[in-house]
Design a protein around this ligand. Structure first.
Ligand code: NI
Length: 167
């Protein structure tokens, strides 16, 4: 299990750098991330969330889709958008609807550096966009208006304090 970095940590706000080493150590890190994601019962996990400032993320959906996206580029988005209630393992316990394109086209590399392109819709498109944002230091709350964002952050801080008291 890796520690998941929480909001307030600088690593969540930086722009990540390209992955250049597709070696065994990198694949061991990916495996550890998949285990961490499973344990946390999340749908996606980006490298900065485990303190690594490099451009990759993983996705693991209830329908069985399990995939790593290394050096990803979203090359197309649908004009059509839709709302969906998002959460984030780095801002645990709070959720808010975010409007995003319904479909995306993404090009990336797999764990061995082999390039691929895929078209995603539904939950996969949603998670891809959320995780991709993490690589540029963007969190889902940044898509809300200032008032809503402040409210969600306040709620998180309140919950966080409560949690600590019970420990
Ligand atoms: Ni997140």
């Amino acid at each position: 299990m890796l520690d998941i970095v929480k909001i307030g940590d600088e690593v969540l706000r930086g722009k990540c750098t390209e992955v250049t080493e597709f070696d065994e150590a990198f694949r061991i890190l990916l495996d550890a991330m998949f285990e961490t994601l499973e344990e946390a019962e999340g749908l996606g996990l980006a490298a900065p969330q485990v303190g690594v400032d490099q451009r990759f993320f993983i996705v693991s959906l209830p329908d069985g889709i399990k995939k790593e996206f290394i050096n990803p580029e979203i090359t197309g988005t649908s004009v059509e958008t839709e709302p969906y209630e998002e959460g984030c393992l780095s801002i645990p316990g709070v959720y808010h609807e975010v409007e995003r394109p319904s479909k995306v086209i993404i090009s990336a590399q797999d764990a061995y550096g082999v390039p691929f392109t895929l078209k995603a819709a539904g939950l996969l498109a949603r998670v891809i966009q959320h995780e991709y944002d993490h690589l540029n230091g963007v969190l889902f709350i940044d898509h809300l208006d200032e008032e809503e964002k402040a409210r969600v952050v306040k709620e998180y801080e309140k919950r966080n304090k409560k949690g600590k008291r019970h420990n």
